[in-house]
Design a protein around this ligand. Structure first.
Ligand code: HMG
Ligand code: MG
Length: 308
């Protein structure tokens, strides 16, 4: 890795999907669209804009087709969507989506609860999704959930995560995002996880997706950075959770991640003031306080989010 690449981090903003899918309040496609535009205005370049999943399972993501149809082309910006099967891929393509993500789990129990099938069956489905995506000329990212622990069956071994990661990578996912769904991981466990996964997937193709339930997400990002990972998923204002993971809270807040990267002198391309404005916008719509410690601290010092 060149020195420039070592110092640059790519952020994948998942607030409009992972964040909003777990809010009790269902927001209109119009509000979700406004959030996404504000996040792109802040400099985020890869943004998960929705999910083409069953609206019976996740009502918050209904209307993702309307979001994608209204999203403008922006140079350098990629709007992505979660798809669990070919039906989701077809809906995503029809709405104009040009990158999708499939989502597997490292735990059988979670796979059943989340997508109603075994890990093996999900991988067969994803292989078909990958074939369809290849034919349509679009890229596919792969998620692995429960990389540390499963809410239903407990501890998950790094080798189990590596096995699923390798399968997704082999079928053509360009990047594997490792999801600490419960947010219970620690820096030491993160090190072991990256070590196991980078034996089977190049570290440049690994991403960290840390929920912050136990307050460890920033520490885990740091640990993954030290292990060579340069792509991280985050949610503005720490929005998020997972509907099938009781008690799990949001992803690492994008504001907290940006502050960490600034402190480390690493490039990320995000304007913190504009990001805080996007956070203030969505918090006001949801009637919630920010989940970002950095946003709380800066607001307490009187640094108001611009536009508010
Ligand atoms: P199923 O009930 O087994 O599906 O659900 P099915 O194939 O038997 O079909 C049943 C009905 O669902 C049919 O409708 C299908 O048309 C419909 P009906 O004939 O009864 O009216 N259906 C769909 N509708 C819309 N879009 C689709 C679709 N597929 C089937 N793509 C299914 C299986 C996968 C669909 C369901 O379990 C589902 O939608 N699950 C979504 C779960 C989800 O979105 N979870 C949250 C995202 S994952 C996450 O947050 C973790 C992550 O952040 C990483 C981490 O933190 O760990 C990524
Ligand atoms: Mg998640």
């Amino acid at each position: 890795m060149s020195r420039a690449a070592q110092q640059a981090v790519r952020l994948v903003e998942v607030g409009a999907r992972d964040g909003l899918q777990n809010e009790a309040q269902v927001l209109t496609p119009e509000v979700r669209l406004q959030l996404l535009q504000r996040l792109a205005d802040a400099g985020l370049r890869t943004l998960e804009a929705g999910a083409f999943v069953s609206p019976r399972w996740v009502p918050q993501m209904a209307g993702s087709d309307q979001v994608f149809q209204a999203l403008p082309e922006r140079p350098g910006v990629t709007w992505t969507a979660l798809v669990p099967n070919v039906q989701g891929l077809e809906a995503a393509l029809a709405a104009g989506c040009r990158e999708v993500a499939v989502f597997a789990a490292a735990s059988e129990a979670f796979s059943q609860k989340n997508i109603n099938c075994s890990i093996a069956r999900s991988l067969e489905r994803f292989d078909t999704v990958l074939q369809g995506a290849r034919a349509a000329g679009i890229k596919v990212r792969g998620y692995v959930s429960c990389v540390m622990e499963c809410p239903f069956s407990g501890r998950v071994e790094p080798e189990a995560v590596a096995t699923v990661s390798a399968a997704l990578y082999a079928m053509g996912c360009y990047e594997i995002s490792l999801g600490d769904t419960l947010g219970s991981g620690t820096p030491r466990a993160t090190r072991a996880l990256i070590k196991a996964c980078s034996r089977v997937v190049p570290v440049a193709a690994l991403a960290g997706h840390f929920h912050d339930t136990y307050g460890m997400a920033v520490a885990n990002v740091h640990s993954a950075l030290e292990a060579g990972v340069r792509v991280f998923d985050s949610s503005v204002a720490g929005l998020g959770g997972c509907p099938y993971s009781p008690g799990a809270t949001g992803n690492v807040a994008t504001e907290d991640l940006v502050y960490l990267l600034d402190g480390l002198g690493m490039e990320h391309g995000v304007d913190l003031d504009r990001l805080m404005a996007a956070g203030a916008f969505i918090n006001a719509r949801l009637g919630r306080e920010t989940g970002s410690k950095v946003a709380q601290a800066l607001q307490a010092k009187g640094r108001l989010a611009i536009g508010h």
